[in-house]
Design a protein around this ligand. Structure first.
Ligand code: HEC
Length: 224
């Protein structure tokens, strides 16, 4: 479905729905920071400059990802933060822009104190492979996207990666590394603007955890 696009919605500003942590809270030193918006962000924004983290005016190295399922930025400090130290996360209003053109009224500033790391072992998880998803995808989509004569495409890595969309001219089903340029991802996101055809699956949204794994699979390079 396309979002309503009257004169009011375009002059509205982009809203922040939730942040982790909330302003002034303690936050586990090794946990990602999250900022959720009330709409999808434009694909073209520079994530690297969308958010910065500082402690006493000293910049901390972070990587910034976009999680389209949560409609939010995920900020991962390169190293665990120092427990007890104060930090400020700034989301830059001149960089962040919604897919509908809305922007933030002003920079978002979030101050927090790093708390004890979580006990769960962290570190970089191994990349998601298609083989890890296949059984769950078959269960969710397979009745329709099974072997021919089911609906195109069959849900195999070979049929999806770099394959043209039959529905949207010029679109590609899976662009490795680029979830939001991938028709497969746009179709399973709820109300992603500009998609043609029914959302997938047509009856009810895909389980959120599976949506995220699908996004991660594409972002991690769409490995077989
Ligand atoms: C009830 C049947 C049904 C289910 C379940 C279903 N699909 Fe579909 N799907 C279709 C049909 C029919 C089409 C072709 C018409 C269209 O493009 O909307 C399609 C089209 C698509 C396309 C577009 C292909 C293109 O060429 O652009 C993608 C991607 C897709 N489905 C993915 C999925 C995924 C992923 C799931 C499971 C999460 C799923 N579908 C579940 C019936 C279904």
């Amino acid at each position: 479905m396309l979002a309503a696009c009257g004169p009011d919605t375009t002059t509205d500003s982009l809203g922040v729905v939730a942040t982790v942590p909330s302003d002034g809270a303690r936050h586990a030193a090794d946990a990602p920071l999250r900022v959720r918006f009330d709409g999808y962000l434009a694909e073209s924004i520079s994530l690297a400059s969308a958010a910065r983290l500082e402690s006493a005016d000293v910049g901390i190295a972070v990587s910034v990802l976009y999680d389209p399922v949560e409609q939010g930025l995920v900020v991962l400090p390169a190293r665990p933060l120092r427990v007890g130290l104060g930090y400020t996360l700034t989301v830059d209003a001149s960089v962040v822009e919604g897919v509908d053109g809305r922007t933030l009224d002003e920079d978002l500033r979030l101050s927090f104190v790093a708390g004890n790391p979580t006990s769960a072992a962290r570190g970089v998880p191994p990349p998601v492979r298609f083989a890890d998803l296949q059984a769950d995808l078959r269960a969710a989509c397979g009745d329709c996207h099974g072997a021919p004569p089911g609906a195109y495409p069959p849900l195999t890595a070979a049929a999806l990666v770099e394959a043209p969309s039959q529905r949207r001219p010029g679109a590609v089903l899976v662009v490795p590394g680029a979830p939001l340029q991938s028709e497969l991802v746009r179709r399973v996101l709820v109300d992603y603007p500009g998609t043609l055809g029914a959302p997938m699956p047509p009856d009810a949204p895909l389980d959120v955890a599976l949506q995220k794994r699908l996004v991660d699979w594409v972002r991690d390079g769409a490995l077989p």
